[in-house]
Design a protein around this ligand. Structure first.
Ligand code: SIN
Ligand code: CO
Length: 373
């Protein structure tokens, strides 16, 4: 399924992205859901899939975590089933993320899908990340408030909500409508009838995550072995003093670690090409021989990228799921980076190079790409 998004991207980026929430009425015309509520319920019964059931009655909120065995005990109102990273587990759903590729892949996270009965929702809250919430089947009323400092509270150990807020957007969303919300704007959505919603979520690392992951890289690669030294040390008045230029030198030592462009790029590529959610990886048993892959490609078969696999390029280096890929065949790498499905024509002359084919075999046998036949 090809989803065509009716949006003036230049205008959107300039006026709304990371600035203001907005409803994109009929962003998708004649919207058809990529999955049914039953299929979503089925995913929420699987072990590896991350799901939650949220319900509320008379202001009391309840949260249950999947996998679920059945949904029989639920009433007709006030609950919502949310499933994370549906694009990893349900191929057709991932097509809903493609139209948002005007924004870079590295900023994109996953597709969260929710099914809500009338009155169902997660309550008023803030998110740290940008999100496009697409209305599927049914109708849901969404309210968004101004981004102002707000008190957050915990109505249930697994829920973080905000106090009631005044609305700057208050809209009944219909199939194909899209609500864009930048980080920090309070919002809440209540279903008016049985409703599916698709949230295309983004990611944006904070300094804490960057420092912490970079520190792991420094340890793993034995960097930063140079030790503080002070051959020009002077006598000081108070031995208890750490002098300003000493603090400067120490800070400089830390900065020097970050200011190694090659290492920084290598680390960031590994870091950002890892998915935040589990992948549906099934290493191939028995593995393909290189010659089999060659043959299948020559027969016109194409290789499909695993849903949610992050394939990114930084300065000519290609990173796949936390690892750098070494090859000189840049057009083939471009094809793997850019397309979700590749065939012999897209890979070009690389398929005639045994070393590239060995790399491709490794990717296929790891479960990162698969033949669709
Ligand atoms: C949803 O209920 O589908 C989205 C929840 C949210 O606002 O993050
Ligand atoms: Co939200």
């Amino acid at each position: 399924m090809d989803y065509r998004l009716d949006l003036d991207w230049d205008d959107f980026l300039q006026r709304y992205w990371q600035k203001r929430p907005v409803v994109l009425k009929r962003g998708f015309k004649n919207f058809i859901d990529p999955l049914s509520p039953d299929e979503l319920a089925g995913l929420a019964m699987e072990n590896d899939v991350d799901s939650r059931l949220i319900s509320h009655h008379d202001g009391h909120w309840q949260v249950a975590h999947g996998p679920f065995e059945n949904f029989d005990h639920l009433g007709e109102n006030n609950w919502s089933l949310l499933v994370q990273a549906v694009n990893h587990w349900h191929q057709p759903s991932s097509a809903l993320m493609r139209p948002f590729r005007q924004l870079p892949d590295w900023r994109m996270d996953d597709l969260m899908v929710s099914f809500s009965m009338p009155g169902g929702g997660v309550g008023p809250h803030l998110d740290q990340y940008d999100v496009f919430i697409i209305q599927g089947v049914g109708r849901r009323r969404w309210r968004v408030g101004e981004k102002v400092p707000m008190k957050q509270y915990i109505p249930h150990p697994d829920l973080l909500q905000v106090e009631p807020f005044g609305a700057i957007i208050d809209e009944e969303m219909e199939p194909g409508d899209i609500l864009y919300i930048p980080p920090g704007f309070p919002h809440e959505g209540y279903a008016l009838e049985n409703a599916l919603n698709y949230s295309v979520g983004f990611r944006a690392p904070n300094g804490r995550e960057l420092i912490s992951d970079f520190a792991d890289y420094v340890l793993a690669h034995d960097l930063g072995s140079r030790r503080y030294s002070d051959p020009d040390i002077k006598l000081r008045e108070l031995p208890a003093d750490v002098l300003p230029h000493e603090v400067d030198t120490l800070r400089q030592m830390m900065l020097e670690l970050v200011q190694q462009p090659q290492h920084f790029q290598q680390w960031f590529g590994e870091f950002i090409s890892q998915s935040r959610h589990e992948l549906d990886i099934a290493p191939l048993e028995p593995p393909y021989q290189i010659s089999e892959i060659y043959q299948l490609l020559q027969q016109g078969e194409s290789l499909q990228r695993l849903g949610g696999l992050r394939v990114l390029r930084i300065g000519g280096q290609c990173f796949i799921n936390g690892e750098v890929i070494d090859t000189d065949h840049l057009p083939a790498v471009d094809a793997l980076c850019h397309n979700f499905s590749v065939d012999a024509a897209l890979l070009g002359e690389a398929v005639d190079d045994p070393s590239f084919m060995a790399l491709l075999a490794m990717l296929v046998n790891s479960g990162y790409w698969y033949f669709t036949h």
